[in-house]
Design a protein. Structure first.
Lengths: 350, 350
């Protein structure tokens, strides 16, 4: 089967280890896809830095790439709301503009998440019918499938209608990319009973019950890791706090074991030789850096955002997800489903 | 030093292991306090059950107790809003009423948290000037002191003024009970910058900056375990979700190690003989069951609420905390501080 060539824009100035991890991940993705889908990586960033990093790699013959030079770099400290105005010639803004102008089929970045979200939303625009784009995070679970938590910071003060839209978009993504039919959707709340929660939660529950989604009702904080649902929806305020809290867990464990190891030579040996290697294996799926980024759902384009500390493997997976999202026309499905949903509810609020 | 006798009401039908854990914890607390503070434990619950559990224990001579028989039992499934009307003769309601009538100096329960909160608030009433009582949870941190997260479920849809009151009450508790002078207070938010967060967070930040508290600004999800602040405040909606999510960490870790152990005999041996015992030691402070309950702050009385799975040690600590709260007149300090605060702000909103 031969697919048409896809061009993937890679923000080569994005992550903490850019451009090296971006380049290595791009080579890995190209190699993996070489038999089925020819891709061209378009690196956006400082040409000289990119070229000297490329020179350190053995480039396989199948690796096709080009470089668009950009002068400016958006850092993690940059205010997302001003980059579009103040750093027009950055790898991120030029890359997203190239996607808007259809020079590339997708854009991936491990850079400043807020900046990608706000620039992509403004430049690419929202899919018809979508009130607000959303970004989620995958959590490992006790079951075989991960759980997608939406929203994790794109939208604070979300309205019930927005939360339902997040669920529609997330369900399509999980169905198409993870291959889970009719994914289970839960509403994050402080109890299972229908009367529980704040006003937004209570109103959202009512809307979700009437929606065509596979809604399983309210779920609680513990249900994220338990894998009760494939998709759990909440406001970006709570979602962001839960995500950052979860991300601190592994580091906290490491500190606790380190303190224990320092108490005696015996402790140090046991932790170093036995506990640490086993922990590393067991907790691999809890290392959020290994997850290959998440989509910005709801914009007119394919945008995958990764953690600043993204490894080459994470970058590879971001590119694979971008290719799949494009091939499966996720955005067409989102447009259709959102419009069907909007026409099914009596009084749309946005 | 001899203190006056204190009577502590213990809900003997409360926890999952009642009345046994309650009795063992009460004996432990009495023994510990016997030299400094004479206490009498007043057990509320089914007399026969309590007597037969007591018969299984060796009662030290210093152990002073009495039993108030009550017929009804409030279960974890009971709706907190109706127990006061429907289960008037339960250990919980009769115990709290005894506290209101000054027959006992404090009330502790490892029963249905929502029921204790709502019954205690209605029966005991709020401290003058307090808009809403609050309940928190202690989190272990990478530092030496734990972090108190307030509110964890008593109040969803909290207003900025309420959050400030929670901080005032929590700071007093931490100062008096943990002995931390001028505890650091953080506002849970999605970023450190002052412009971050939802409307409630932004307004609360402004109020906290003007307050007499040792306010360190916005903190993020990761700051809970990092121990950036002694007290972190948030709405009960987000706080409850974070608490239940945190409580699921240990169980999730156990499942992951179990799955690993089942893969080979070697794995099983390593996990069973070395990893599990070390994990148990290292993660002791992460076992929420070991924390000895939390106070219901803001009611006219001393009420300590414990986890349903409270161990005898947890019950002992709940009793110790109740005694200390009473001896240090926490509520007088709260009354004074809240009234000072209220008179310092131009337009009180409640």
């Amino acid at each position: 089967m031969s697919n048409p060539l896809l061009k993937i824009a890679v923000d080569a100035m994005g992550g903490d280890f850019a451009p090296m991890n971006e380049i290595q991940g791009a080579i890995m993705a190209s190699t993996l896809l070489s038999e089925t889908t020819p891709i061209e990586i378009v690196f956006f960033g400082k040409e000289q830095e990119i070229r000297s990093a490329l020179a350190k790699q053995t480039l396989p013959p199948s690796f096709r790439y080009s470089i668009i030079h950009t002068d400016e770099v958006i850092t993690m400290e940059d205010d997302p709301t001003v980059v579009l105005r103040k750093k027009r010639n950055s790898s991120m803004i030029v890359g997203i503009n190239a996607h808007k102008d259809a020079h590339v089929d997708a854009f991936i970045s491990a850079g400043n998440t807020g900046a990608v979200m706000s620039a992509a939303t403004v430049i690419l625009g929202r899919i018809n019918g979508v009130s607000r784009p959303t970004i989620g995070a995958f959590f490992p679970t006790q079951q075989k499938d991960p759980c997608l938590l939406l929203d994790v910071g794109a939208n604070v003060d979300s309205k019930p209608k927005h939360l339902v839209e997040f669920c529609i978009m997330g369900s399509i993504y999980i169905q198409e990319i993870l291959g889970i039919k009719n994914p289970k959707v839960g509403l994050l709340n402080i109890g299972e009973e229908e009367s529980k929660g704040n006003e937004v939660a209570i109103e959202t529950l009512a809307l979700l019950k009437e929606s065509p989604l596979n809604f399983i009702g309210n779920v609680e904080g513990r249900d994220i890791f338990q894998g009760t649902a494939h998709l759990i929806v909440t406001d970006g305020f709570t979602g962001n706090i839960v995500l950052k809290f979860a991300e601190s867990f592994l580091g906290t464990l490491k500190v606790a074991f380190k303190q224990f190891a320092q108490k005696s030579i015996w402790n140090k040996l046991m932790v170093g030789l036995i506990v640490a290697p086993i922990m590393k294996k067991v907790l691999k799926s809890y290392d959020y850096q290994e997850y290959g980024g998440v989509p910005l759902l709801g914009v007119n384009g394919v945008v995958i955002i990764g953690h600043g500390k993204s490894t080459p493997l994470a970058i590879q997976n971001m590119i694979l997800r971008a290719v799949e999202s494009k091939q499966k026309n996720i955005n067409d499905s989102i447009r259709t489903s959102i419009q069907e949903y909007n026409s099914s509810i009596p009084t749309p609020v946005s």
